[in-house]
Design a protein around this ligand. Sequence first.
Ligand SMILES: [Zn+2]
Length: 389
Amino acid sequence: MESFTGHYICRFCIGDHSDYQQKEVHSGFFPPRTKENYTLHVQSVKENPDLVHCYGVKKVCPLTEKLKHFHFVTGYPPDVLHDLLEGIIPLELALCFNVFVKKQYFTLLQLNDLITEFPYNWTDKTDRPQPIPLNLSSRRSIGGNAHENWTLLRLLPFIIGAKVPFSDPAWQVLMILKDITELVVSPIHTEDSISYLDALISEHRHRLLEVFPDFKLTPKFHFLEHYPDMIKCFGPLVCVWTMRFEAKHSFFKRIVRHTNSFRNILLSLATKHQMMMSYHLHADALKPALCVSKVTSIPLALLHEEIQESFKKVYPTQTTVELTNALSYHGTRYAVGMILPHGATGGLPDFVEISQIVIVGSDLNFIVKLLNSWYYEHFRDLFWSTLGR
Ligand SMILES: [Zn+2]
């Protein structure tokens, strides 16, 4: 079926839409779609012309029919972007913000001030969240695009965490959703992380329905419950989400707009695409490992004494060094002020903050502040204090 209204709307199982509110996927209540039952469903609709669909299957999938190595059941992974980032997250943020405003933790105007005045850095600056619509109480969602919603949920504890009591049940719902999102966008999984994700999804569902007993779960909540099994089938779902495909598509849309030629549009697109790929393959291959746009040469004696000593040990004859604020090394950008992971203590990652970047010849040296970090449950994140240089 092409829409979410109907009985058999899930492409992963043959469960009935009307059961989604009461039953969980991990209870085993919903039989999965298999190549075998798919063949039977296709056969049923073929043999009974009066049948509009059989368990949601209206006709055979043309790709499955024509391609030897593609099958409907194993070929369509779920999409994190539409299910979570543009589906569940903006919806739950709206629900919970309404509760927080009613409980007078803050007003909507104050919330918007907190969101707009937050000191976003690096890529978060590009994806900074939009202010929340002031007619929120009459809306079901905060709107916003996938990147903005993701940034908002990820940084929410730092933006409003101090204003919300630790035990607030709606806050707990949001923080479990944050944990779920972080696991779902993880590029690496283990058996343990998948089991933990499964447990979190179940806990999230129960807490959400406890806090909002009248809330009707949308189909996306059901799809999310399939994620642990889907990760086992497809690998990390962030590798197959539509984000990359949409970026690729936007390249082609741009070409059509700019060339304004419609005589043989497929040829134009294919040619431009090959030229773009060729450019990147050559440019990346020719790029040096270290790219710096601006450096300042200073005598080594101007650096902090301790640092001078360390440098003298490694570069005994060096009298000048070059400083820069930002550079790219093997394609990764580093800048003064950035925080980098650096080892681990007791199962928690350690971090350092880049305070100076010093280049000696072709060597790259980071002068860093060691940070002491600890996990704060209410904020669902790590906190830092400076340990030393
Ligand atoms: Zn399902």
